[in-house]
Write a protein that binds this ligand. Structure first.
Ligand SMILES: Cc1cc2nc3c(=O)[nH]c(=O)nc-3n(C[C@H](O)[C@H](O)[C@H](O)COP(=O)(O)OP(=O)(O)OC[C@H]3O[C@@H](n4cnc5c(N)ncnc54)[C@H](O)[C@@H]3O)c2cc1C
Length: 498
């Protein structure tokens, strides 16, 4: 007896996004979450980058986030601001919105999609066989599913129990992060010294003239680098006081912490994102320093790459080898994030030579071409899955073009709301996709504008494009239909008989 097609361990941002994707694709999915409610102690991640906002737009839910957050130019590298205001995307900015709000909004969406959440219990172990996975819960229950996905964070039990290696580097620095009250008025802003970077700010802020302006009320968010590495156990108020005195010469009379946590620059990545019927996504698959604000974004994007593939395998429309493309596509993306965070951590140091290096980087990134390339990387807009040689669009995100159809104007992203593949016919092709008609939606449209990609610039206009549910281009037509049947079969399963 099966309890669900797919079980997801962990209802953080990655698990929630994956649950939504699977539910949209008609998969019977359930979440298992340790926390008794979605409430998150502390604010954690600070927002969403452009590509993540686009992904939410592809599902028709970006406005829920945009209406609660603050639009801001904070794409950056090693604290060097990289403006993406001229990028060819509707969302040429980042969104300042704390993780607790991001999770609440995602959980609301998942709730609308009627995904059951087993709250207040841990996944404690599992055993997989040829047809499924038996998942043990801390309340003594055992649930059976076809697949288990570990979205259970950096200390992932699922990863460990699956025996998946987690190679990488040990931490070189350790920081405390907290939300507290202060009796004295602190000096808000960023401070650098020999220990590293420290920051004091208010949780509540506004964007005025494109700058963050802290409100004069509410808790203070503290981020302070510790003198020593290797502390074990939960950090205390005394640890925080000591770290503040070391850096600021005072603890500002801190009291009433709502949250104190420790993070490091430990940098590790799962050697494999899949072991049979068990997969990993988000922090369970990769951990790194928070520099550049990429962790949550990468996890949500993992989920959107995996969701439709897993749905097709569960429905039996694609062979289970499709799941191997998840590792092949997403492992290099996070490997690049790990590399760039290591560089950013190295540039955090405050000695004269590192300061000179950072100034040189700032000079270089002030030039247009490097700025565009790094901004495209940090915003996630340049992600390119290696689908072979061909048109520059192949493997990249489809831009959200304004199409004209027989039924009126249409945005490309609106075609992806239900997470189904689309074959966009922009030329005079006679497209026969009858054998895939149950899976792929054909759209006839005109588009006379420019095709422009972030960092790459203008590319030649295709005559047809096959778009995967994650918004990446699986095939490009250039007047001919060469390779379309193969692409349809590779990505959406063999043709239906009949
Ligand atoms: C200081 C700081 C700042 C950051 N800033 C940013 C930023 O600006 N932008 C950004 O993109 N990222 C940022 N991050 C990273 C971001 O917070 C994480 O990458 C993100 O939370 C990962 O999401 P996740 O769902 O993969 O994992 P998590 O958020 O860790 O969620 C895992 C979930 O699984 C649950 N769980 C764990 N074990 C089990 C189990 N055995 N059974 C059931 N449930 C379990 C947990 O309760 C949790 O809800 C920051 C992180 C820190 C520490």
């Amino acid at each position: 007896m099966q309890d669900a097609d797919v079980l997801i361990a962990g209802a953080g941002p990655t698990g929630l996004m994956l649950a939504g994707e699977l539910a949209l694709a008609g998969v019977d999915v359930a979440l298992v979450e340790r926390r008794a409610s979605q409430a998150l102690a502390g604010s954690r991640a600070g927002g969403l980058h452009s590509r993540t906002i686009e992904i939410l737009d592809q599902r028709g839910i970006a406005d829920r986030f945009l209406s609660e957050g603050q639009v801001v130019q904070v794409t950056g590298f090693a604290s060097i601001r990289l403006d993406i205001g001229d990028f060819p995307t509707r969302h040429n900015y980042s969104l300042g919105l704390w993780q607790n709000h991001i999770e609440r909004i995602l959980a609301g969406w998942v709730d609308e999609l009627a995904v059951p959440v087993h709250r207040g219990c841990d996944v404690t172990g599992f055993a997989q066989d040829d047809t499924g996975v038996d998942v043990e819960l801390s309340d003594g229950r055992s649930l059976r599913a076809q697949y288990l996905v570990g979205c259970d964070g950096g200390r992932s039990l699922v990863r460990k129990a699956a025996g998946i290696e987690f190679p990488g580097s040990d931490p070189t620095i350790s920081s405390l992060i907290a939300e507290v009250e202060m009796r004295e008025k602190p000096q808000l802003g960023i401070r650098r010294d020999a220990l590293g970077v420290h920051a004091l700010g208010r949780v509540e802020y506004e964007i005025r003239n494109r700058e963050v302006v802290f409100l004069d009320r509410g808790p203070i968010r503290v981020m302070v680098t510790e003198r020593q590495l290797g502390a074990t156990g939960e950090p205390s108020l005394d640890d925080l006081k000591e770290a503040l005195v070391t850096v600021y010469g005072t603890d500002y009379g801190i009291h009433s912490p709502t949250w104190i946590s420790r993070f490091t620059d430990m940098t590790r990545q799962a050697a494999a994102y899949r072991n049979g019927r068990v997969l990993l996504a988000g922090d369970a698959a990769h951990v790194h320093a928070p520099d550049g604000g990429q962790g949550l974004n990468t996890g949500v994007q993992d989920a959107v790459n995996l969701g439709w593939k897993l749905a097709q395998v569960v429905h039996g429309t694609s062979p289970d080898s499709l799941l191997d493309t998840y590792h092949a596509e997403r492992h290099p993306v996070a490997a690049r994030v790990l590399r760039n965070t290591m560089v950013q951590v190295a540039l955090r140091r405050a000695d004269d030579r590192t300061n000179a290096l950072r100034e040189t980087m700032a000079d270089l990134l002030g030039m247009d071409e490097p700025r565009r390339r790094y901004a495209a990387m940090m915003s996630g807009l340049d992600i390119h899955y290696d689908l072979g040689e061909g048109h520059p669009l192949l493997g990249r995100r489809i831009p959200d073009l304004d199409l004209v159809t027989a039924n009126g104007p249409l945005r490309v992203f609106s075609l992806l709301h239900d997470a189904r593949p689309v074959l966009l016919n922009l030329g005079e092709h006679d497209l026969d996709i009858v054998p895939w008609a149950d899976r792929v939606r054909p759209i006839e449209a005109d588009y006379d504008g420019v095709w422009e990609l972030p960092a790459l610039g203008a590319v030649s206009a295709p005559t047809a494009v096959l778009i995967r549910p994650d918004g990446h281009v699986a095939w490009v037509g250039d007047g001919q239909l060469l390779g379309l049947t193969e692409a349809l079969t590779t990505w959406f399963g063999p043709p239906a008989a009949g």
